[in-house]
Design a protein around this ligand. Sequence first.
Ligand SMILES: Cc1cc2nc3c(=O)[nH]c(=O)nc-3n(C[C@H](O)[C@H](O)[C@H](O)COP(=O)(O)OP(=O)(O)OC[C@H]3O[C@@H](n4cnc5c(N)ncnc54)[C@H](O)[C@@H]3O)c2cc1C
Length: 159
Amino acid sequence: MEKQYKIIIIGSGPAGLTAAIYAARGGLEPIVISGNQPGGQLMLTSDVENFPGFDEPIKGPVLMERMRRQAERFGTRFIDESITEVDFISILLKIRTGSGGGTGANIGSTDGNLFLTESVIIATGASAIWLGLESEHRLRGKEYRRARPVMAFSLKVKM
Ligand SMILES: Cc1cc2nc3c(=O)[nH]c(=O)nc-3n(C[C@H](O)[C@H](O)[C@H](O)COP(=O)(O)OP(=O)(O)OC[C@H]3O[C@@H](n4cnc5c(N)ncnc54)[C@H](O)[C@@H]3O)c2cc1C
């Protein structure tokens, strides 16, 4: 019989890990399902300059590792799998990882791990839209900058 959890958080970016820190401190023993990008989008960047509490830039992967350790310190557990299926109709919510296809109707009969939980936080974020250039792959995470709203400050300064 599957173990029943109080809360499962889908996604391990800043939103998922913030939820995990609060849930863990609240004694809910959260599980974070990391997805195929553990740490989320900030794993792809170099200097993060707008995170409160850091007067110097911090590397995205370093920031996310620290968030993960903070969540773990309060008892969060991480599962490095992706959710492929959910059933939010039953009172006890069901989510499945792995290769399971199908619909909510046949959850429980497909491949992958099945989790039963009283509540779910979905923090699956987004994916950056890339231009498809070869150099984009090569330079990902290096010291280059995409134009984005959070860069408005430095762009303004340079004008
Ligand atoms: C190159 C780059 C640089 C950036 N720099 C900055 C910056 O300097 N400052 C700033 O404020 N913002 C920056 N951003 C934006 C910032 O990264 C995002 O706003 C932020 O990561 C969103 O956090 P999130 O937790 O909502 O989602 P995300 O970080 O997108 O995380 C989503 C999570 O959901 C998981 N997931 C998705 N589908 C599933 C599934 N089916 N099952 C399980 N898990 C799943 C993924 O694996 C991932 O862990 C940058 C983004 C990029 C791409």
